[in-house]
Design a protein around this ligand. Structure first.
Ligand SMILES: Nc1ncnc2c1ncn2[C@@H]1O[C@H](COP(=O)(O)OP(=O)(O)OP(=O)(O)O)[C@@H](O)[C@H]1O
Ligand SMILES: [Mg+2]
Length: 478
């Protein structure tokens, strides 16, 4: 015992040393087998490395679709500064190199640059400035018209109703809903007769001045029809302002004809919403309008060769039933119609997922969009940012891939419970280092995927300028 207490100072001979570990491929395979998830194939965007196997981690919802991955939608979550935006930015850039088109709803301002976080990446990929929305409009600001004729009739009626309901903070009853539909129709007629595009103010005017014939058709008096729609007209007035009042929440953003200043066919279109007050009604309405506008204008069927299905030949694949598919287009030497794939990215997506009306719109959008080769990516901090309404639950269920960066214990436990993940993942998530995430792809869990950035990408992903000394900002900055 005394011998043990009287230990001489450790000589190099006694120092603890790690025993050399001799491994060979079969040994590591044997160790790895019980936890090894299958790879996702070799086609797609390189994300980085799966740390448990050391294998490259390649992900592409379009290549893996149907093969264990029922859809292309993804949620990325985690504490601030863990690498959510960096992952999404490089992923988008790498997918664009594979021919995809990307739209980003950028809500996070990089203070030192006075523009959205995604602006630099968009400019470096396309040379185009972001499509900027600002309350009150102003030079260079864009506008989307919810009454734009490019939005089909039924979707437009739904959209204007959603705008009114969001402004009102409650759902419209049957009478008010009917008065609104009539007013939308009248607004189109009146604007057509004046040879211009209708705008939301025309709907408000039509609600205030209903036609006798519309009232009779609905077995109402003109005064009753006026009363049905009066509250909705007040909401539209408040949102869009008027000649005497320019303080409306949506003035300069949704109250005039559509002007984007950039073609939607560009590889990456960044909608800069950083000047729109976060969490306010304007942001929610703007996101609703943009999503429907994208659905109607951006998501139209188009082949990778740039031509529409009608320009391709039909090929009969079964003579008995007459079944056919869209085949080649000799004009572009395209051998078979292949839908152009698109990716929609929403930063701070709790605006969308946390608002039941928006989540409901989104659910329809996602169902419709899947057939048109769309993958949506939503970035949130925690699921506790998002309420638990049935609409939100339904939208969350549409995420086929979930990427979870490190979170605090309570948040991790809540996320694991809500997503139905095994209990061990909560402790594991808490311990993840920056740039490393747990991926759930379909039913398969990849416990630790390290996202790798090349030097050129580090400059575009660096978001910690305000918290970092110049000499330590990024590796080659000094
Ligand atoms: N895989 C990575 N390797 C090295 N650095 C990284 C990696 N991912 C992110 N970073 C760095 O970490 C910082 C924060 O990353 P990022 O902006 O992506 O975090 P975030 O999770 O989006 O944060 P927030 O929630 O505040 O938006 C950035 O400056 C970025 O350069
Ligand atoms: Mg971010």
């Amino acid at each position: 015992m005394t011998d043990l207490l009287n230990l001489a100072p450790l000589t190099p001979m006694h120092q603890t040393v790690r025993r050399p570990l001799h491994t060979e491929t079969t040994t590591s395979q044997a160790l790895y087998l019980p936890v090894a998830p299958p790879t996702l194939g070799s086609a797609g965007a390189i994300i980085g490395r799966e740390l448990y196997s050391g294998k490259a981690f390649i992900y592409c919802p379009f290549s893996a679709f149907g093969d264990g991955l029922p859809g292309g939608n993804m949620i990325v979550m985690g504490d601030t500064g863990r690498g959510k935006s960096s992952l999404t930015k490089t992923y988008a850039a790498r997918q664009i190199r594979l021919g995809r088109k990307v739209v980003v709803l950028d809500t996070k301002e990089q203070k030192e640059r006075e523009e959205g976080e995604w602006a630099a990446l968009g400019r470096s990929l396309t040379g185009m400035a972001p499509v900027k929305f600002a309350p009150g409009g102003g030079p260079g600001a864009s506008c989307i018209n919810p009454m734009d004729p490019s939005i089909s009739g039924k979707r437009q009626a739904e959209l204007v109703r959603t705008i009114v309901e969001l402004g009102l903070g409650k759902t419209l009853d049957e009478f008010a809903g009917s008065a609104l539909r009539i007013a939308i129709r009248r607004a189109h007629h009146r604007a057509d007769s004046l040879g211009r595009t209708p705008v939301l103010a025309d709907v408000a005017a039509a609600l205030r001045a209903p036609e006798e014939s519309d009232a009779v058709a609905k077995q109402r008096t003109r005064d009753e029809l006026l009363a049905d729609g009066l509250e909705a007209s007040y909401v539209l007035d408040r949102l869009c302002g008027s000649e005497q009042d320019s303080t409306g929440d949506l003035v300069g953003m949704l109250d005039g004809p559509t002007s984007l200043g950039v073609g939607l066919d560009t590889d990456m279109v960044v909608f800069d919403l950083t000047k729109v007050p976060s969490g306010g009604v304007a942001m929610t309405i703007l996101v609703a309008v943009i999503s429907v506008f994208l659905e109607e204008v951006w998501l139209r069927p188009l082949c990778e060769c740039g031509t529409e299905p009608s320009q391709h030949e039909r090929v009969v694949v079964d003579a008995d039933s007459g079944a056919w598919e869209v085949g080649p287009n000799p004009a572009t030497s395209c051998r078979r119609y292949s839908q152009r794939k698109r990716i929609l990215i929403a930063e701070e997506a709790w605006h969308i997922l946390g608002t039941p009306q928006l989540a409901a719109l989104l659910e329809k959008f996602l169902k419709f969009a899947r057939g048109l080769g769309l993958s949506c990516i939503f970035i949130v901090h925690h699921l506790s940012d998002i309420d638990d309404s049935p609409e939100t639950q339904a939208a969350l269920k549409m995420a086929d891939t979930v990427v979870i960066y490190s979170m605090k214990k309570a948040e991790a436990e809540a996320a694991v419970a809500r997503l139905g993940l095994p209990a061990w993942t909560a402790d594991h998530i808490v311990r993840l280092r920056r740039g490393i995430a747990l991926w759930v792809v379909g039913e398969v869990i990849y416990p630790a995927v390290q996202h790798l950035l090349v030097v050129a990408e580090q400059h575009l992903c660096f978001s910690s300028g305000s918290m970092t000394d110049v000499s330590t900002s990024y590796p080659d900055a000094a």
